[in-house]
Design a protein around this ligand. Sequence first.
Ligand code: ADP
Ligand code: MG
Length: 296
Amino acid sequence: MTDVSHISPRDKAEILAQALPYIRKFHGKTMVIKYGGNAMTDPALQADFAEDVVLLKLVGINPVVVHGGGPQIETALKRLGKKGEFIQGMRVTDAETMEIVEWVLAGEVQQDIVGLINQAGGKAVGLTGRDGGLIRAQKLKLLDNADPSIEHDVGQVGDIVSIDPSVVKALQDDAFIPVISPIGFGENNESYNINADVVAAKLATVLKAEKLMMLTNISGVLNKAGELLTDLTARQIDALFADGTLSGGMLPKIAGALDAAKSGVNSVHIIDGRVPHVLLLEILTDQAFGTMIRSH
Ligand code: ADP
Ligand code: MG
């Protein structure tokens, strides 16, 4: 924990009081948080994240966490002698990989996050898309970015068919903090691996969230020169797609973010998960981190 003993009690009280307008504004509102990248692997950042989520809940804001787990899946696959393969930012998921994805995400990563939040004094509950019929999915038809007549087979990667948020609402109406693994289920109860950014974005829309915040392992969306773009409109995003500035995991992230912004989520941010307490800074101060995505 950062040493704040040099700050006088009076200044501490002043800092707390300055959060009041934000707390008032966001009281009772839902905030969907995509938790991924370094914030999820660095122990100090993990603890900051858990504290932020609990504090938000205790001041009357409703955080809903959707987590990723790329690095953890990668480690598990490697241990079993399998190598991850990606097409246009999507993990190619055969049946064996799906089994590993499911146990790493729902068994390990999700439960670690639940534990962290509970340790910080919250009451987190882990869910997958199967719980309460939360996320219905079907096999993703992935068309080639350059030539849409080509379809890529990425195996059990899912496309969201529908989200039934009733289980999430029931939990958040109580004192609970939902922590959701991005796994959907199909007509025959088969599992699908869904990009966590896509789940977070859709869930934010369905829950009519006030904010969608995607924590990542980079300062935000960068231009070709590597400079941070603090604000992006739909038109500017189209241009970034077209000129190849975006690649890999940033593709589903920005697409999801833009969808959410266009579907009525008030503010959508891709933020730097490497900054300690970035959630509190973003929500309860006038500081901005990363890239804000606007619908127009
Ligand atoms: P996560 O989903 O855990 O946040 P991803 O690896 O899926 O992380 O997505 C973030 C990554 O996207 C960045 O680390 C970066 O390597 C990549 N990326 C591709 N294009 C850009 C871009 N224009 N600006 C920023 N990051 C980009
Ligand atoms: Mg990603």
